[in-house]
Design a protein around this ligand. Structure first.
Ligand code: DGJ
Length: 750
């Protein structure tokens, strides 16, 4: 791995043998993008790859006294463009100056190469543990007219086809400037021959996969909700024609940020695709006085020549090992039972102990008490903001309950929603000005709650005091941090008019700061982020909370789609996935307890029901499922994921598998939503196995099929998923399996 600088051509070549990222200092000092893709041989001069085009209506200027109409910023591919001087496309940066100008012109000054990767203060970011894992290029550009420097950071990782980028603005201008837009990264790709993949949806319909060919103009995903949202994830992939799950070239763009974002592809008049991603400029403005600086969040760009799955595995590895931090990064995640769907707000100590007791009997590791344990929280109209136990429900408090659960031999977890408040709460009655609200305008409610003004330090401090008091007094091993509404009226009573454009970003910085403080003070606690399901499931959150509740939709078949889509970027070890009661709360659909578990295994496994209400047979099934997950969770969370049947393309089927690092073990899951009469034979060609090994196949994880199969047979002929005689002979086979069928196969080489 190396960051190579060729002085003679002023060209930078970031390469790790797998990918190359190349750009140059153009003759006027701007940075020109040359190439991002499969590794190229290094050469002292790669500038012959620059394309100079000429077209009418593109501004050009005198460079070194020469009028060169072919050298137009409007037609050059650039690294971090500004709008309006010579480039008439959307730029990555906009700076309001005292004279009203918004134009900037940053030119190269210097650069340095660092071993490893510096942290981004106050922001989540990928990291290294040893200096030789990555190299970082720090390039300083300056705009002398506004006395401001732009520092671009590029990290290339030794073992991943990934480049992490961010930008820092350093103001030396005594008059100050106001940042109106500062994207994390921008790159001009040489053509527009791509399909764009986005992960979009809604509450309880998160991570649905949508693709469309790029067209001239802007296509984007974004959030203006104050959180990354379930409407769009801060991610986009561009697929070359013919690229699919396992073949072809794919570019991934992922933003390590949890607030308002914009990820866009802008296809220009010459078919250049300008991709940029960062904080959404709408509603954003950040004043910088002389001596102050602004650091953008990080963007992670991945190149894969092994299709979408190659891109996903790169994100999985990088995010699960070098974004997630702390004890839980490397330890097996507990199997939990959460009481929410079992009781909602009807919490009593007795009920909690009954549920926890049964969960313990079934082998579950952790009991989580969800919403409803605090203040006047008997329904969702009251109590948010008052994080003290409701002693009518919990006579011995959270402490007493947690100690009793611990005494059973289980761990105890607790739910919070720190950023929110109900009007009917002591916190609101004492501090009505602590909510986001616009003077003289009505506030809007969602779920009967307001958003606390987390851009204020004092508000964040108050929540820190309330939360840490409980975490200190009670033996709490897990925290579910929820966030159940989008933001509106984003205005802070504590900030002057010129700072109102900072509120969204300050808000999220303080959420990060509170997380960081609690993580440092309670390093053993496993945090799970949540936002009414997956409405703030993003890489930024993973830096603080290694797992996230993927969706409030817990129906097994819906979850196949949701988890399939989420796995495009996020590792299985981060996807909260639980078996819930039937009929399903969201859909009223009935699926077997087996199917529900067979889907939930491919995430951080748990239950969302009252096991006391289940039949003896179902309880026995849970006991088996828990034991099964304990046996296989390491493989599932640390192995390589291969998606096999896309449930968006094949209405009625889905499949995926995980292969261990040494390829001697694998677990395969096949789901069929609808049964057909006289169904044709089906085979499932597998991926990632060792063609030279023979694999024993355990159907349902228990019953061995009579004949082992070669890795070559399994990958090229396929695993037989139609019912066949040897399978029907298995005691595990359930005749009459119809709709909502699921099958798990364990493959083990001798
Ligand atoms: C939304 C979450 O997604 C649920 O799991 C649950 O915690 C509720 N909030 C509680 O209000």
């Amino acid at each position: 791995m190396a960051i190579i600088y060729h002085e003679s051509s002023q060209t930078f070549h970031l390469t790790n043998g797998c990918i190359s990222y190349i750009f140059t200092v153009l003759k006027d000092g701007h940075l020109g993008q040359i190439y991002f893709g499969a590794a190229l041989r290094d050469r002292p001069d790669l500038t012959h790859l620059l394309e100079y085009q000429s077209s009418n209506q593109s501004p050009y200027y005198y460079v070194d006294g020469v009028e060169d109409y072919r050298f137009s910023p409007n037609q050059l591919k650039q690294e971090y463009p500004s709008f309006g001087l010579g480039d008439l496309r959307q730029g990555a940066i906009e700076v309001l100056q005292v004279n009203g100008s918004r134009y900037t012109d940053f030119r190269y000054v210097s650069h340095r190469v660092l071993n490893g990767k510096p942290t981004l203060e106050g922001l989540p970011a990928t990291y290294t543990e040893a200096d030789d894992e990555a190299e970082t290029l720090e390039i300083t550009l300056t705009d002398p007219v506004i006395h401001t420097d732009l520092v671009l950071l590029y990290t290339i990782f030794r073992d991943q086809p990934a480049i992490a980028r961010s930008a820092r603005l350093v103001c030396r201008n005594p008059e100050g400037i106001v940042l109106q837009k500062a994207m994390s990264a921008s790159i001009d790709l040489p053509d527009a021959d791509f399909e764009m993949l986005e992960l979009a949806g809604a509450w309880a319909r998160e991570f649905h996969m949508h693709t469309r060919p790029l067209r001239p103009g802007i296509q984007s995903v974004y959030s203006l909700r104050g959180h990354s949202s379930s409407q769009f994830n801060p991610f986009m992939a561009l697929l070359r024609p013919g690229a699919d799950e396992n073949h072809g070239e794919v570019y991934g763009f992922s933003l390590v940020y949890s607030g308002n974002f914009l990820v866009q592809a802008d296809v220009d008049f010459m078919n250049v695709t300008r991709v940029m991603l960062g904080i959404h400029p709408e509603g954003f403005s950040w004043p910088l006085a002389g001596g102050e600086s602004f650091q953008t969040p990080e963007a992670v760009l991945v190149y894969s020549d092994k299709g979408l799955s190659g891109m996903s595995r790169a994100y999985h590895k990088l995010y699960s090992t070098r974004l997630v931090r702390g004890y839980w990064r490397d330890h097996e995640r507990p199997i939990l039972l959460n009481n929410w769907e079992a009781t909602t707000f009807a919490i009593t100590e007795e009920k909690m102990l009954q549920i926890a007791g049964k969960a313990h009997e079934l082998g579950i590791d952790l009991f989580v008490m969800d919403d409803g344990w605090f203040g006047a929280r008997n329904h969702d109209h009251a109590g948010l903001g008052d994080w003290t136990p409701n002693y009518e429900k919990l006579p011995s408090g959270v402490k007493g309950l947690a100690e009793k659960v611990e005494a059973m031999g289980m761990r105890f977890g607790l739910w919070f929603e720190p950023e929110m408040v109900n009007e009917d709460s002591d916190l609101f009655r004492t501090h009505p000005d602590w909510i986001l609200h616009v003077p003289e305008r009505p506030g809007h409610l969602i779920r009967h709650q307001y958003v606390l003004d987390f851009s204020r330090r004092d508000v964040m401090e108050n929540l820190y005091r309330q939360m840490s008091a409980i975490l200190r007094e009670a033996p709490i091993s897990y925290v579910k941090w929820d966030m159940n509404r989008s933001m509106s009226e984003v205005y802070s009573a504590a900030l002057p008019p010129e700072q109102q454009g900072t509120v969204y970003h300050r808000f999220i910085l303080n959420v990060y700061a509170l997380y960081e403080r609690l993580r440092n003070e309670f390093p053993g606690i496993l945090f799970e982020s949540c936002a009414g399901g997956g409405s703030r499931f993003d890489p930024g959150m993973l830096y603080y909370a290694p797992q996230a509740w993927t969706s409030d939709d817990t129906d097994a078949m819906e979850r196949v789609r949701i988890q399939y889509g989420a796995s495009v970027v996020y590792p299985l070890s981060s996807l909260g996935a639980h078996v819930s009661a039937v009929p399903n709360h969201q859909l009223h659909r009935i699926t077997s307890i087996k199917a529900r578990a067979d889907v939930a295994y491919f995430g951080t496994f748990g239950y969302e029901l009252d096991p006391n209400l289940l039949s003896g047979e179902e309880q026995e099934a849970i006991r088996h499922q828990v034991a099964f997950m304990k046996r296989w969770r390491r493989l599932i969370h640390q192995g390589d994921l291969y998606r096999l049947i896309n449930p968006y393309d094949h209405d009625g089927e889905g499949a995926w598998m995980v292969v261990g690092a040494d390829r001697r073990e694998a677990i395969v899951a096949y789901y069929r939503f609808r049964q057909h009469v006289s169904a044709p034979l089906t085979r499932l060609p597998l991926q990632g196995l060792d063609p030279g090994l023979d694999y024993h196949i355990l159907y349902s994880g228990e019953t061995e099929l009579p004949e082992p199969m070669g890795g070559d047979e399994l990958m090229h002929y396929g695993l037989i998923t139609s019912d066949y005689p040897s399978e029907i002979a298995n005691p595990a086979y359930e005749p009459g399996e119809g709709d909502y069928l699921s099958r798990i196969y364990i493959l083990k080489a001798d």
